[in-house]
Design a protein around this ligand. Structure first.
Ligand SMILES: NC(=O)c1ccc[n+]([C@@H]2O[C@H](COP(=O)([O-])OP(=O)(O)OC[C@H]3O[C@@H](n4cnc5c(N)ncnc54)[C@H](O)[C@@H]3O)[C@@H](O)[C@H]2O)c1
Ligand SMILES: O=C(O)[C@H](O)COP(=O)(O)O
Length: 523
């Protein structure tokens, strides 16, 4: 049974794909109120539940965290990655709702609608106190032209506004296509009548509007934050509201939510909503449905497509990757058993059609299989890169346009403290994964089951001697391949058996003087 804890209010209708599936149980309860967190495989959250390292430690079976929304700043993604937990979100399910909410906030701000509403409800009729400004002809400054910023820009243009944008990752072509003016932050600050932020909260965007930058805005500017608390510094806002430089502020998000201690709420010119950007029936259905479908893929052993900590891959792309993923896992497991020594680097070279797939995923899969043999922790494609780096193992990925006779291949070289090993493999439709070379010796076998790798001097009688010892120990040889580089040099044997080789058999084989290396491999 795959157990999911839904810790924040998430649309039940959106969870339908999971509710309809067999072997999935959903519990809707705050993580802080659940006593036995160890039983859960998945955790669903919005922005309220803080998914800290401590919470993850209490959930040893956690495999996937689903954020039914965009921002993942409430999730310790780095820690999740280290633990091999996939983090997914619903990147565009609430875009329209948030853009509409932002626009409603802007319109409310310049026409003083919330204040006028309160006044009328207090039985007042102050028509001159609430004289506003038109949006038509004004300049809207958008910091961050992503999904929400772009939707907002379209709405602002429909109202006859000029749109100035600051986004360091925005190309000139895209800004022209959307019909906005691309500016530096300085230009935007000095020209905009209303400034709205739509970036994620990062080291770079935290306090992007602060004491110094707000000081460079137009006298009487309006500021809006419907993205994340902290992108506009709250103390700086108070200063500029007090001295009248900022005429009004609209906030959907706060540095601390709920914002119990901020002075901001005491200002008449501040209008606020309790993080409602995504709170529409449509957005909630969209985001819950998006993450549910992804988690269902995960439960079915398929590739998720919107992960924060895995390379994004469509089903079509994964279909191409899958055969090499299987091959990489076998090569990684094989090499890890072949080399009992500390590792410095792992190099993977892709050739032919293998070079056209999402190679970074396959490389991570290979590293995970290699490290799995050596570590007693959960290792997968999510944390393989981080764990390898933490252990000082360099990994290098190359794509080659060489052709070595096969339409596709991958060559893995492991450089250890004392020696190196190299395996080349390919995937042949109808035949599956094949190992075609080991340490430069040509060979051809399917890497699976109970195997024995033997490297020996190429002299008469070795094969017979190995066969005799195996026979004496009642070991039946299932398959056997041999390979060599040159006559009289060194050669290799690859044998497979119906059951694992006993230690005593292996010791007897090690006694043969022609043998250079011998390793039992379990795949
Ligand atoms: N209030 C709500 O309920 C609500 C709902 C949805 C999203 N959000 C917030 O809105 C944010 C934006 O959402 P989105 O879907 O448009 O994200 P997005 O990723 O599509 O867009 C973010 C944009 O910010 C830009 N950016 C990044 N760093 C920047 C910087 N230093 N300066 C200027 N621009 C920068 C990026 O280039 C990108 O274009 C989210 O991160 C989320 O926190 C809030
Ligand atoms: O990042 C988001 O998607 C929004 O901030 C929405 O947050 P919520 O799911 O808590 O409403």
């Amino acid at each position: 049974m795959f157990k999911i804890l839904v810790s924040d209010p998430i649309s039940r209708d959106g969870l339908e794909p999971l509710l309809e599936a067999d072997n999935i149980e959903i519990v809707q309860k705050k993580a802080s109120e659940e006593e036995d967190l160890t039983q859960y495989d998945a955790l669903f959250v919005r922005s309220a539940t803080k998914v800290t390292a401590e919470l993850m430690n209490q959930m040893p079976n956690l495999k996937i965290i689903a954020r039914a929304g965009v921002g993942v700043d409430n999730i310790d993604v780095e820690q999740a990655t280290r633990k091999g937990i996939i983090v997914i979100n619903a990147p565009d399910g609430n875009t329209i709702s948030t853009a509409e909410h932002t626009f409603a906030m802007i319109a409310s701000l310049v026409r003083h609608i919330p204040q006028a509403n309160m006044s009328v409800k207090n039985r007042e009729w102050k028509r001159t106190a609430f004289v506003g400004s038109e949006l038509y002809g004004k300049t809207l400054g958008i910091v961050g032209l992503g999904r929400i910023g772009t939707e907002l820009a379209g709405r602002a243009k429909a109202f006859g506004m000029r749109v100035a944008v600051f986004d360091p990752f925005l190309t000139k072509e895209r800004s022209e296509k959307i019909g906005v003016e691309k500016h530096s932050l300085d230009e935007l600050l000095s020209s905009a009548d209303i400034i709205t932020v739509h970036t994620p909260l990062t080291k770079e965007t935290k306090g992007i509007l602060n004491h110094e930058t707000i000081g460079r805005t137009k006298e009487g500017v309006y500021l809006v934050n419907c993205a994340r608390g902290g992108i506009i510094d709250e103390e700086a806002l108070c200063t500029y509201l007090e001295n009248g430089h900022v005429r009004g502020v609209a906030l959907d998000v706060f540095e601390v939510e709920p914002p119990e201690h901020t002075r901001l709420l005491e200002f008449e010119q501040v209008i606020a909503t309790p993080h409602l950007g995504a709170s529409t029936k449509e957005a909630q259905l969209n985001v819950a449905y998006q993450v549910s479908q992804e988690v269902l893929l995960f439960v079915q052993g398929k590739q998720v497509t919107t992960s924060i900590n895995l390379p994004a891959m469509s089903e079509e792309a994964y279909r191409k990757v899958a055969p090499y993923d299987g091959l990489a896992q076998r090569i990684g497991t094989f090499l890890s058993q072949l080399m009992n020594e500390p590792i410095r680097s792992i190099e993977v070279e892709y050739e032919g059609s293998a070079a056209e797939i999402e190679t970074s995923y396959v490389t991570k899969s290979l590293i995970a299989s290699f490290l799995k043999q050596r570590m007693d922790i959960n290792i997968n494609t999510v944390n393989a890169g981080v764990l390898a780096r933490e252990r000082g193992i360099q990994f290098i990925e190359k794509v080659s346009d060489r052709h070595s006779g096969y339409s596709s291949s991958m060559t893995v070289t492991i450089n250890g403290e004392h020696s190196s090993s190299e395996i080349k493999g390919t995937f042949i439709p109808h035949f599956g994964e094949r190992i075609i070379s080991i340490n430069g010796f040509s060979i051809d076998f399917h890497p699976s089951g109970h195997l024995l790798f033997v490297q020996h001097t190429d002299v008469p009688g070795v094969i017979g001697n190995v066969g005799k010892i195996l026979g004496d120990h009642a070991v039946n040889i299932a398959t056997m391949q041999v390979g060599r580089k040159e006559k009289g040099g060194e050669a290799i044997m690859m044998l497979s058996f119906d059951k694992p080789l006993e230690e005593t058999t292996l010791s007897s084989l090690k006694g043969l003087e022609e043998i250079v290396t011998i390793k039992a491999i379990e795949l």
